[in-house]
Design a protein around this ligand. Structure first.
Ligand code: RM4
Ligand code: MN
Ligand code: MN
Length: 407
């Protein structure tokens, strides 16, 4: 039997602080360009005076978050919104990246917005529409190559709303074919991350509805294809950390889209509803890394859209939350937990895990920031910086004029 549990209420000692710091050194978080823009619900948009509406403004906002947190060196781009001219816009984006000191991150094709995608993109029964979607995604591979981005990250809204209205298996084959062609176009080192989502916008069936489907499609596509886990894309009771554990074991997890939710794909701030779940996910990853003696190659990305809270503030909140929870997961005594699990010492094993979750790592994160020459409290530093006032004044007029409703 292992020694009785100690240390839950103990102030963090040097060894534990070192563990937390080492973990923080590893964690990098990619920001989404669309997270700085005006977004809404299906009922309308609440326009924010400070929201970014150009790619330059998005880079500028992302650079501000990176300046304050030091851990967000890349910006995910949504091609149709950020590079409307396709590869021809790459040069402009490269120049902005240099100007603001933030690299382009994952490249996200958009095959869900245009009218022709009403019945799907790569899964559409019409070969001409499938071709169009494929050409767009191939353009995105090109853009990624031009910008030196590693990950191509498509999400497919494809599906149907009524039983019998579409042939599920035929669409699966169309998906397979399309993804295989995308994979053939990848350059060495590039990755194809396949995201799944159970419903919305499709309400009866979605072509890539869960991790198993994404896994099979990635496997069939080729060795550079992996699964992307968006935390909001699961049914309510689903055990997300178990999915993560399986994908880790299969070496098939490519990245995350972080957000939180209470009901569906709510895109709320990470950890705002269920911080324990985020901790459990981080724990599975760090336990695996401890066992393997190596860091898992996972792209941690944010996919949130804040239509009520300030966009930059909530992005800083997200990053701070991720850091605090990642540091807590680093405090789990893996060796001890491994032993307790082996002995089936259930309560002690559970308490070893929970003990780390109860630790308040916010102080350690602050100290780490100080040591790196970063502001200890990035949210406060943001409020002091005057950035928000400046961009509000600059962008107010343009934003007020933007569309908020459907008519
Ligand atoms: C989807 C999905 C994708 C994101 C779009 C905007 O629900 O999460 O990753 O690109 O939203
Ligand atoms: Mn997503
Ligand atoms: Mn989503």
């Amino acid at each position: 039997m292992a020694a009785p549990l100690k240390g839950i209420d103990r102030v963090m000692d040097d060894k534990r602080i070192e563990k937390a710091w080492k973990a923080l050194d590893r964690l990098r978080i990619e920001l989404p360009s669309w997270g700085f823009a005006n977004t809404g619900t299906r009922f309308g948009k609440f326009v924010q005076a400070a929201a970014a509406s150009t790619i330059e403004e998005k880079f500028s906002d992302a650079a501000e978050v990176h300046r304050l947190t030091g851990v967000c060196p890349t910006l995910a781009l949504h091609v149709q919104w950020d590079l409307p001219e396709g590869p021809a816009d790459a040069e402009k984006v490269e120049a902005l990246s240099r100007k603001f000191g933030v690299r382009p991150g994952s490249i996200n094709p958009n095959v869900f917005q245009n009218q022709e995608y009403k019945y799907g993109s790569l899964g559409n029964p019409d070969p001409a529409v499938r071709r169009k979607a494929l050409d767009h995604i191939l353009d995105c591979v090109e853009i990624a190559a031009l910008l030196g981005s590693r990950d191509l990250s498509p999400w497919f809204a494809d599906g149907s709303n009524y039983p019998g209205s579409q042939n599920i298996r035929k669409r699966l084959h169309f998906m397979e074919e399309g993804l295989a062609e995308v994979h053939r176009a990848l350059k060495p080192g590039q990755r194809l991350l396949i995201e799944y989502k159970p419903f919305e916008p499709a309400f009866y069936h979605t072509d890539i509805a869960d991790w198993g489907m994404a896994y099979l499609l990635a496997r069939k596509a080729g060795p550079q294809a992996f699964v992307l886990v968006d935390t909001g894309h699961h049914y309510q009771a689903q055990n997300i950390e178990q999915i993560v554990a399986w994908l880790l074991e299969e070496r098939m997890i490519g990245g995350f889209h972080f957000n939180d939710r209470r009901y569906a794909d709510d895109d709320l701030t990470l950890g705002s509803i269920d911080p324990y779940q985020v901790f459990r996910i981080f724990h599975e990853i760090q336990m695996y890394e401890w066992e393997q003696g190596r860091t898992a190659d996972i792209a941690y990305m944010v996919d949130q859209s804040h239509n009520l809270k300030g966009k930059i503030e909530s992005m800083i909140q997200t990053v701070s939350t991720a850091q605090a929870l990642y540091a807590r997961a680093a405090l789990v005594d893996h060796e001890r937990l491994d032993r307790l699990q082996q002995d089936c010492s259930l309560v002690d094993a559970e308490e070893t895990l929970r003990g780390a979750f109860w630790e308040d790592t916010r102080r350690a994160v602050k100290e780490w920031r100080k040591a790196k020459g970063l502001p200890e409290d990035p949210l406060e530093a943001f409020r002091q910086s005057g950035y928000l006032e400046r961009v509000t004044a600059e962008r107010r007029e343009k934003n007020i004029g933007s569309t908020a409703g459907y008519a």
